[in-house]
Design a protein around this ligand. Structure first.
Ligand code: GDP
Length: 471
């Protein structure tokens, strides 16, 4: 905006018109910047990568041919505790990895790939929506498909509903695995009925959701489940260009006694090779070795593959972007510029959505929709709140309840809010101590009420710019 002498709001309007929803502190690539500038009657010429980190990072990427190829899906398993997430992950891993020539002792790196009919699927093996949403809160989108495990003898439980809400908030399609069908108490129909109440309607009933009846214990219908994952992946048309320099996300990272810092990187674009210069978080260096989950060593890893990367100069955080650049000097410069930016951001204070600055940000064109996470002491209150919110006028900003649950405000609620740019409304409940600390560090606005009218009045006032600031 500065360079072309326009107001940021006008640039954002142009972006929106072209279907790009970017906020003030998100970056655009050179191509998009060029297009928008052209619409404003300005011709853009890229000369030297000096104008800031975005330009630097963009210039650091080698220009690859834009010919994306199909890539394997990346799957996360979610569901209520004890419904069989770990058993299913283990069963799939054991039956399928045994069929491949196991390269050695299998490594637990936080993800593994299997092959079915010559097609690959990558599983992230930290199940649950907590890990999923924690990644999202850090801006990383890694999961293409969620397998929701529901035990046929237990049915839809609170964490099943949380998982549905978290996956839906992230816009990730769900495949349901109705597990434990070997048990005599299994009642598949009851599960389907309960899921339908949460908008997951089985294809057999004319709905859109794929449901597969499985037994992780008896290894029943596992291939069928995997085939459905591949089918869903085809529909999603997942693509990446393996010829580009690699870009990926850190799934987990640890300090290994022999190898030093090791990060599991999910490659999302391009091909990661031994010897590549990289930047991850505020660290930079060269890739020394790549360790796959199947054991042994690799010289390169393509799209949707997860590998342990050796040769790091520090332990990055899960959710950090891993970027391959031209050379080590460039990598160092980007890492330093990021460290500076990080320090600046820490000084800058609140950036996430809050009721206090809602009006200002609506006016800036920064916010079109306000997402809400509601927690209440009883089901009746949380529903009454959701209904009352639904009745509020929506011309200025659209209100959307992304999760509505009973009980204290948990860390997971805060992460969901952070990942979705939402605020948390608590009704007759308090945040758990850890959740309060997390809200502080993630800068999530938590509002506590004991009268429904007060909550509604505050939201309404915030939308109209009439909210009295609280300190
Ligand atoms: P998680 O908490 O969702 O990861 O659940 P686990 O995988 O730890 O499984 C919980 C319990 O259910 C364990 O005792 C498993 O042995 C059992 N279990 C998992 N899958 C099946 C199944 O298909 N059939 C039966 N009968 N038991 C299962």
């Amino acid at each position: 905006a500065e360079a072309v002498g326009q107001r940021p709001a006008d640039i954002m309007k142009k972006l929106m018109e072209s279907g790009q929803m970017l906020t003030l502190n998100q970056s655009m690539n050179l191509e998009l910047a060029g297009l928008i500038a052209e619409e404003l009657g300005v011709k853009v010429e890229v000369t030297a990568p000096k104008a800031g980190e975005e330009l630097l990072e963009e210039a650091a990427l080698w220009k690859g041919e834009e010919k994306p190829e199909p890539r394997p899906p990346v799957v996360t398993i979610m569901g209520h505790v004890d419904h069989g997430k770990t058993s299913l992950l283990d069963a799939i891993r054991q039956t399928k990895v045994a069929e491949q020539e196991a390269g050695g002792i299998t490594q637990h790196i936080g993800a593994y790939s299997i092959e079915l009919h010559g097609k690959r699927i990558t599983f992230l093996d930290t199940p649950g929506h907590e890990a999923f949403t924690a990644m999202r809160a850090r801006g990383a989108k890694v999961t293409d498909i969620v397998i929701l495990v529901v035990a046929a003898d237990d049915g839809v439980m609170p964490q099943t509903i949380e998982a549905i809400n978290h996956a839906t908030a992230a816009n990730v399609p769900i495949i349901v695995a109705i597990n434990k069908i070997d048990k005599p108490e299994a009642n598949v129909e009851r599960v389907k009925h309960a899921l339908a109440e949460h908008n997951l309607i089985s294809e057999a009933w004319g709905g859109q959701t794929i449901m597969v009846e499985v037994s992780a214990k008896k290894r029943q219908n596992l291939d069928l489940l995997l085939e459905m994952v591949l089918l869903q992946a085809d529909v999603l048309e997942l693509r990446a260009d393996p010829r580009k320099p690699a870009k990926g996300t850190v799934i987990e990272a640890r300090l290994d006694r022999g190898r030093g810092p090791v990060a599991t990187v999910l490659v999302q674009e391009g091909t990661l090779k031994v010897g590549d210069a990289y930047v991850v978080g505020t660290y930079s260096g060269r890739v020394r070795a790549l360790i796959p989950a199947a054991g042994g060593k690799l010289t390169e890893a393509g799209p949707s593959m997860a590998v342990g990367v050796v040769g790091l100069t520090g332990v990055p955080s899960a959710g950090d972007t891993f970027l391959v650049v031209k050379d080590e000097r460039m990598a160092r410069e980007i890492a330093e510029s990021r460290a500076q930016k990080q320090r600046a951001a820490e000084l800058a204070g609140p950036a996430k959505v809050s009721l206090d600055d809602l009006y200002a940000r609506i006016k800036q064109g920064d916010i079109k929709e306000l997402a809400l996470v509601i927690k209440a002491d009883v089901q009746g209150s949380s529903e009454a709140l959701a209904v009352a919110i639904d009745k509020l006028p929506s011309e200025v900003v659209k209100l959307r309840v992304i999760h509505n649950g009973v009980g204290g405000i948990t860390e997971t609620d805060v992460l969901l809010a952070a990942a979705s740019g939402a605020i948390v409304i608590g009704f007759n409940v308090r945040p758990e101590p850890k959740a309060a600390a997390l809200a502080e560090s993630e800068r999530v606005d938590i509002r506590l009420y004991s009268v429904i009218y007060d909550a509604i009045a505050d939201i309404k006032a915030a939308m109209e710019g009439l909210l009295e600031p609280t300190f």
